[in-house]
Design a protein around this ligand. Structure first.
Ligand code: 5RP
Length: 218
């Protein structure tokens, strides 16, 4: 089974948790499979709140109505992928650069179902370079502060987020206390969001494996 097939299997399994209303929808190749599956049952939902322009475009192409979070209030369900998850369902996200909107929609949702292939489950977060969204004028300053925390930030050149900001990918971190580091990096002036999702972890992780989807709760 390929990695993409495992992503699709996890995405399709998440459909089971869709129970009408307006669904929060994340970003990435795994979520793209979820959007395609959601399209097949679109008559059962009112629509979606999207975490990126890319997901919005894909949902609109499928005829799924997309709403502004300001007009929907809180959501019952958010479905999104991850770059890494530990067994507590604390995540690294932002490989696709949509981390800020993802964190907002996750925060506004009662239940966060994370979908991924099995390679994303790790013992310690940090092998995947940690994305940090920064205000453009703060790029070098934030990079120097991240070096003080023991990381090696690399500017994701030729990439601008949906919010008009930049991404630093921080290599070389072994994140032993994810919630603490999330707060610490978020407190650096110029940081919009760090891609650690520990203060609001996922509630359920569905992993695609060669033996079928495996569900993990913290
Ligand atoms: C985007 C994300 C994605 O969820 C993460 O990068 C996983 O992507 P994929 O499903 O393509 O492996 O956080 O900002």
């Amino acid at each position: 089974m390929t990695q993409d097939e495992m992503k699709r299997a996890a995405a399709e399994a998440a459909i089971e948790y869709v129970d009408g209303g307006i669904i929060g929808v994340g970003t990435g190749s795994t979520v793209n499979h979820f959007i395609d599956a959601l399209a097949r049952i679109k008559g059962r939902i009112e629509g979606a709140v999207s975490s990126s322009e890319a997901s919005t475009e894909r949902m609109k192409a499928h005829g799924i109505p997309v709403y502004d979070l300001n007009s929907t209030g809180g959501l019952a369900l958010y479905v999104d992928g991850a770059d890494e998850s530990n067994k507590y369902l604390q995540l690294i996200k932002g490989g696709g650069g949509a981390l800020t909107r993802e964190k907002i929609v996750a925060g506004a949702s009662e239940r966060f179902v994370c979908i991924a292939d099995e390679s994303k489950l790790v013992d310690v977060l940090g092998e995947f370079p940690l994305p940090v969204e920064v205000i453009p004028m703060a790029r070098s300053y934030v990079a120097r502060e991240l070096v003080k925390l023991g990381g090696t930030p690399v500017w994701r050149e030729d990439f601008v987020t949906d919010n008009g900001n930049l991404i630093l990918d921080v290599q070389g971190l072994r994140i032993m206390e994810p919630a603490k580091l999330e707060q610490r990096i978020n407190a650096i002036p110029g940081v919009v969001t760090v891609g650690i999702f520990a203060l609001r972890p996922a509630d359920l992780l569905i992993l695609g494996t060669p033996n079928g989807p495996r569900t993990i709760e913290p």
